[in-house]
Write a protein that binds this ligand. Structure first.
Ligand code: ADP
Length: 223
């Protein structure tokens, strides 16, 4: 049941300005545990900015954001990692490290947590199996197709078992088949209990969806 207590993300009266230019204006919104929410709207509407505020990629100009009870405005640098561990992020441009192999790109997340190499080995191979890339663990990102790179980026996003997956136009550079694969992976993790926030202007994906669609236009929520 959706009660106020089950809100995992609370966004209250949030505005974001870049200099004097508003990108988001007075956004109030709750996202519940295990919801799958689409953020849609034209380019420049503020979808990416909204996700950036959630992962501390930009500061909030005004208002309050709580994620799993943590007030983003009050998180010290030394505690930011606690929030980040709750989040897995996927970007349109994958953001893989070109000089590291597929395995190394994903392992980095767990190495940063000081986990044992044997555990990391097992976990990375397991997540590579989930995304269907187990035979490419020694490849470098630029030797892979866009769809394969996004599967690796997806594996990196979920290897730490985040509660929340933030997906910023993850299918924006992919052909229809590769986009469907990424969407199916998001659906799998949603079924396993993750909360998904998916920013897209791909109307094919949201056509006929049963998930909540939040529409943004010029930095405001459209109702
Ligand atoms: P969307 O993801 O919906 O395309 P964005 O969040 O990227 O929208 O952008 C919202 C608005 O903020 C746009 O007007 C954009 O030009 C502006 N903007 C985004 N990032 C920056 C930035 N780093 N500096 C200045 N303006 C920005």
């Amino acid at each position: 049941m959706k009660t106020a207590d089950s809100a995992l993300i609370r966004i209250f009266n949030v505005s974001k300005h870049y200099g004097s230019k508003p990108a988001l204006t007075q956004i109030t919104l709750e996202i519940f545990k295990n919801e799958f929410v689409f953020f849609t709207g034209p380019s420049g509407a503020g979808k990416s900015t909204l996700l950036k505020l959630l992962y501390l990629g930009e500061s909030i100009t005004e208002g309050q954001v709580l994620i799993d009870g943590m007030n983003l405005a009050r998180i010290s640098k030394s505690r930011a990692h606690i929030l980040r561990r709750k989040l897995g992020i996927i970007f349109q441009d994958y953001k893989l490290i070109p000089g590291k192999t597929v395995f190394q790109n994903i392992a980095l997340v767990l190495e940063a947590r000081g986990l044992a190499p044997r555990f990391i080995q097992k976990k990375v191979h397991s997540v590579l199996r989930t995304v269907g890339m187990e035979d490419r663990s020694r490849a470098f990102p630029l030797g892979l197709s866009g769809g394969e790179q996004q599967k690796v980026a997806f594996a990196r996003a979920v290897v730490g078992e985040p509660k929340i997956i933030l997906a910023d136009e993850p299918t924006g550079s992919l052909d229809a088949d590769a986009a469907e694969t990424i969407f199916d992976l998001l659906t799998t993790f949603h079924k396993r209990g993750a909360t998904i926030l998916f920013a897209t202007h791909d109307t094919d994906l949201i056509h006929n969806t049963k998930h909540r669609i939040i529409h943004l236009k010029q930095g405001r929520l459209q109702v």
